[in-house]
Design a protein around this ligand. Sequence first.
Ligand code: PSV
Ligand code: MN
Ligand code: MN
Length: 386
Amino acid sequence: MTDLTAVKDALKSQAIETPSWAYGNSGTRFKVFAQPGVPRDPYEKLDDAAKVHEFTGVAPTVALHIPWDRVQDYAALARHAEERGVRLGAINSNTFQDDDYRLGSICHPDAAVRRKAVDHLLECVGIMDATGSRDLKLWFADGTNYPGQDDIRARQDRLAEGLAEVYARLGEGQRMLLEYKFFEPAFYTTDVPDWGTAYAHCLKLGPQAQVVVDTGHHAPGTNIEFIVATLLREGKLGGFDFNSRFYADDDLMVGAADPFQLFRIMYEVVRGGGLTSEVAFMLDQCHNIEAKIPAIIRSVMNVQEATAKALLVDRPALAAAQAAGDVLGANAVLMDAYNTDVRPLLREVREEMGLDPEPPAAYARSGWAEKIVAERVGGEQAGWGA
Ligand code: PSV
Ligand code: MN
Ligand code: MN
């Protein structure tokens, strides 16, 4: 039997970080579809993120992306967030947009380009000092397109050297989260292609370096929950970039393509004791054709539902079936939890938190969508890459 009060308490204290860039316009390399009312600057992105937290109760922090969210005064941005009931979360670096990075950034063959990339990462740590953010999230687009283009091993050496310099700059309580991605934009080698490479670098760097798992960054068929279980077991799971994918790095709403996979991942999180603040549960999504704030509310709810189901797994019954070698019995315990309709439980949780039990409807009634369309006229709309 599962202790429902404990399940509810865990759900009430869950924290899901939303990404600033998901509030802005985004698209594919074919077209960016502009939406009315989209934020014009980082301050307005935080205003929208605060609405997601207001209606869900479990999205208290917002990840920034530098330079997309570059401002004059980061302490003022942090205060703006706090005035609206949210806080600034992970600082995401960007070493992939400048012309200089054609052959890579931190792994580039030219030391001057590597210097520029590392300086940007150091600048990001400085921003963390000002915002009070704990995590620096690193994703490198570095890699090669053709066999022989560059020395695979030398690139790893350059990566290790650059990461070590940034690691040394981290303050107490600050962390470096290293994200991997198996391909794109590089198509032959990627310098941090998988969890093993990320893990090896983080292990050498030390305890403040942790791996981040972006759910869209694996080859089709990869057992992501196995990676999660392994990283948690090694004390190296720093966080997630949640999204879902049908084909590659689709960045669709988490839980949309494969809610069962999300449940399996969250079960390993719960099983491994990872439902704590030591693991950052971030979204990394782009809402290209759908309304942005409602899509983020839906994504947060999808993570909540998967978490609730994972918490409902009858662990003693599962352990007993596993010990008895009862293959079908063990599978049935897991499937029973997955097939539970947790929506009534989550409605109760929200009511106990003083929230409307139906966040999408409450948001729709709030008038915020109409207000931002009316007010946010003029100025440049912020977007992915803007
Ligand atoms: C790269 O594909 C990535 O997942 C990294 O996290 C970037 O920071 C983010 O996308 C940008 O959307
Ligand atoms: Mn990501
Ligand atoms: Mn990605």
